[in-house]
Every structure is written in C-alpha cells, then in structure tokens.
Ligand binder design. Structure first.
Ligand code: KG4
Ligand code: ZN
Length: 384
C-alpha cells in the first residue's frame, strides 16, 4: 500500500509518501518513497516566533509545490491524459474556499498531472495551531475528493512516537508488533509529556506540563538572550560550548517540580528565573553560561521524571519524540542514566515535524472517516 501523509500543525509544510508491506503478523516492512519538508522557520525568525496567520498563508503557498515534489521523488506523477472530473473539482473548490490561492494552485496541478498509485491519504488533525491545521486538513480533503482516495486524520504526537522506528540513513525499515509496553517522553514546542504506550493507539498520560512546554521555554529563553527562532538548537549550541570549557555553571536555576511525586512538569518558573537573571545581569553576563544553566535545569527535570517512570513501570524501552529530542545534552544524560534501557530516538531528519510520521501512524491507526467529519483539534490529547 502507498500512503501520502500531510503535516501543517505548526511551521513546517510537509508531505511524504510511504510504501508499506505487511510481511507477517509480527512485522511490517516500510519504504520511504519521499519525505519533503518546507520550513518557514526563517520567515518566523524575523518575528521571534510563529504567527498563526503568517504560517497559514505560507502553508497555502507551499502545499502544491511540495505535493508535486513528493510525487515526483516517488515516481508517482505523470502528464495528464484525459479531462479533469468537473464534479470532483467543484467539490474540491468548495472545500478550499477559505484557503487563499490554494484552489487555483490545485487546479493548475490537476489540469497538468495525473497521479498514480496513492492508496491512502493521512493528515494531522491536531494538536497544533488551529489555523495551520485547517489549511492542511482542507487540502487533504480536497485531494481526497479529487482523487477519490480515503483520508485518515492523525494525532501529531502519535506520529512523533512512531517516527523513531525509521532507522537512520535508510529508506527501508521494519516495525515489529511485540515491543509494547514502553514509555515515551514527548518533548516539543507545544508538549512535554510522559506517556505509557500499551499498544497501538493505547496510551496513558503519566504526566504533562502544567504551563509552558519545554521547547517553548527553550524558544523564550533564546529570545531573552537575543538568539534567533527556533531557539532550541541555538541554546543547545552555546550551552555545549560552555560545558566543554567549564565543568560547572555558577548560576543554579531552580528545577521546578523535580522532587514532587507526580510526573507532571512545569517550566514557566524556570523561564521566569532566567528572565530575572538576564534583567539583573544584562551588562556582564555570559550568554553561554545562562544557556547552559537553563539547559542543565530543564534536562535535570526531564531526566529525573523519565528515570522514575521507567523504574516504577519496570520498563526497559524508552521512546523520545518531538523537536526537543534533537537536544544533544538530553540524549547524553538519558543514555548515561538509563544504561540498561533500549532508547529510541528519531533520526535527525525526523525529530522535527514531518509528514512521514503521519503516514506511519495512519498505517496503524487506519480509520478513514468521511471528509465532512474531519476537523482540526488544536488541543487534541493523545489519551482517550
Ligand atoms: O516537534 P517540533 O518540531 O514542533 C512542535 O510540534 O512543536 O518541536 C519544535 C521545538 C521548538 O521549540 C524548538 O526550539 C525545539 O523543538 N528544538 C530543540 C532543539 N531542536 C529543536 N530544543 C532543544 N534542543 C534542540 N537541539
Ligand atoms: Zn511536533
């Protein structure tokens, strides 16, 4: 089966095509036919964060070109033969009514090309920014009616969990059925949660952030230090530099909720502590030390809660997902403190938002529903 996934929950416009083959009851073989991502990060960097209306406009501009690229890479596009179905086009037009310019782009595409071999469509329905989710959903709905292909709505966080099984540097990978239960640490710009995964689609949230997500805290601290958006990679870079030269940092920011019994997180107090420090020491602070002290505190909390959860549930498998999974210090600490645990990380091109994870998830959570019933859910949870 060939699945085309679409992702627009934040500031990446992504389309991927995945070929799947169920080898046996125990395992399924996958081949990545294309994995295309257009990042808007440079546009948002000017504003220091993502503005939903700007992001929505950029998604609308990028979707058709990215679709064409993904289909071309997968060898699943050809010059049009015959006429476009007028009734189907009319339905697509109705769906794309509110997405500026998108119907016009799709019309040009549909008159020029036929696609071949797509069996299933999948799209992120949440969580994320509602305006940007909607543009991806409406595009997917329009493709579904235009091509008469079923569409499956997907939870973005579920995608982040299962993206880790695509092995590094390889277009082919295999997913086994016997890996449950395991614990997942999901850390991104919108989420910080510890989840127990008991099976496909069976989740229990052990703890989650009470305020800011950890990626959001990275981005805000970066902004305080005058570093560009997205701040996570920038903080990580200068913090690593400081760590190489200095054994310790001297600031000692608080580690909110670290010693509480619950698995919940809180990063807003830490962020405020950094703000006070920066305001007070503006003239003679070492940015790399502040970044390092912040990262030390945030990572300490994430690692402590994760280690506790692994112990309590006697699990020896951990899946780390979401944009902050790219953080090298978090990785180093988890490996050190969980030496007997099999830790799965997304490969570097899949740690941020991508559509391949949406396609993978749709293979397992394959419930297509009528397009009229698919809605964006900005606050969609992984549980229940
Ligand atoms: O999963 P993701 O791409 O988008 C959301 O769904 O939010 O995560 C983006 C977040 C941003 O906050 C970004 O600063 C953070 O992941 N991030 C990092 C690193 N790379 C990306 N945070 C810390 N260290 C990194 N190396
Ligand atoms: Zn994400």
């Amino acid at each position: 089966m060939k699945i085309l996934g679409i992702e627009t929950s934040c500031d990446e416009t992504a389309i991927a095509i995945l070929s799947t083959q169920k080898d046996s009851d125990e395992e399924t073989h996958f081949e990545i036919l294309s994995n295309c991502i257009a990042s808007q990060a440079q546009i948002h960097a000017k504003y220091g964060g993502v503005f939903p209306a700007v992001a929505k406009r950029e998604h609308a501009k990028a979707l058709v070109p990215i679709l064409e690229l993904a289909l071309r890479e997968a060898g699943m596009i050809q010059e049009k033969s015959g006429e476009v179905d007028k009734t189907r086009l009319e339905k697509a037009k109705e769906i794309l009514e509110r997405e500026t310019g998108l119907y016009e782009d799709l019309l040009v595409f549909a008159k020029k090309y036929d696609i071949k071999g797509v069996d299933q469509l999948a799209v992120t329905r949440g969580p994320g920014l509602e305006p940007t989710l909607w543009v991806g959903i409406n595009f997917a709905k329009a493709l579904s009616v235009l091509w008469d292909i079923p569409l499956i709505p997907i939870n973005h966080m579920e995608g982040h969990i299962f993206s880790v099984f695509a092995e590094d540097g390889n277009k082919n990978f295999t997913i086994r059925e016997d890996m449950f239960p395991f614990i997942s640490l999901l850390v991104s710009g919108g989420h910080s949660e510890l989840v127990k995964v008991d099976g496909w689609g069976m989740y229990k949230i052990l703890g989650e952030t009470k305020d800011d997500a950890v990626g959001e805290a990275f981005d805000k601290v970066a902004r305080m230090l005058g570093l560009p958006y997205p701040g996570g990679p920038e903080i990580s870079k200068i913090a690593d530099k400081h760590r190489k030269i200095h054994e310790k940092e001297e600031i000692g920011f608080p580690r909110p909720m670290m010693h509480e019994k619950s698995y919940d997180f809180s990063f807003s107090g830490l962020k405020t502590a950094v703000r006070y420090y920066v305001e007070k020491n503006q003239d003679d602070m070492d940015k790399s030390e502040v970044a390092r002290a912040f990262e030390d505190a945030a990572v300490d909390v994430l690692v402590k809660k994760t280690v506790d959860a692994m112990k309590e549930f006697g699990s020896n498998m951990l899946v780390v997902g979401g944009g902050v999974a790219a953080n090298s210090y978090l990785k180093e600490r988890l490996i050190k403190e969980l030496s007997d645990t099999k830790i799965f990380y997304p490969r570097s091109d899949l740690s941020g938002d991508n559509a391949l994870m949406v396609a993978i998830a749709s293979f397992y959570f394959g419930q297509s529903i009528p397009v009229d019933e698919i809605r964006a859910e900005g606050n969609l949870r992984i549980e229940g």
